[in-house]
Design a protein. Sequence first.
Length: 182
Amino acid sequence: MELKYTLTENDYLQQQLYMASKSRLVNNQRKKSRILVFIVLLGISLLFYMIGNKLIAYYLAGYGVVCFFLYPIYLKFYYQRHYRKYVKENFKNRIGIISTLLFKEDILEAYSENIGSSKVKFSAFENISEIKDYFFIALKTGVSIMIPKSEVIDVESVRSELKMITEKIGINFISELNWKWK
């Protein structure tokens, strides 16, 4: 099976956001920052309460509670902006380039126009994930190969090919069609 497609800035952004959503480090960092903001605001509120300025203490405590619930919304947009800048800086030379994937018996051959080619054994695959608009082939090296469904003519045949590969080498095919960046 051969696939030809061109990747956009948004494709790379979605890949980064998906990988970040699966990163234990990023998720822990998001939880810690949320709790830290809450604790700092409550701590300052407690200090104002102890010195007798109850109005500011109640205001800060209320603000801390509101921030605790709204902080995930802020982080969603913060990380999107962060990864958008990251993609613009680090993937600017890959955007708009025609890529070709060729699935052979035990090897995936990848060609990128004016960049080069590589061969990856299926045994180097860690897992294959499917979300609403993309397939991601995660390699054991930490790199991920992206296939945008919008660029594929027959999505069902690609899905069946990828599932066949996962069964053949004994890795997971992760289907998360309802995944959204939160």
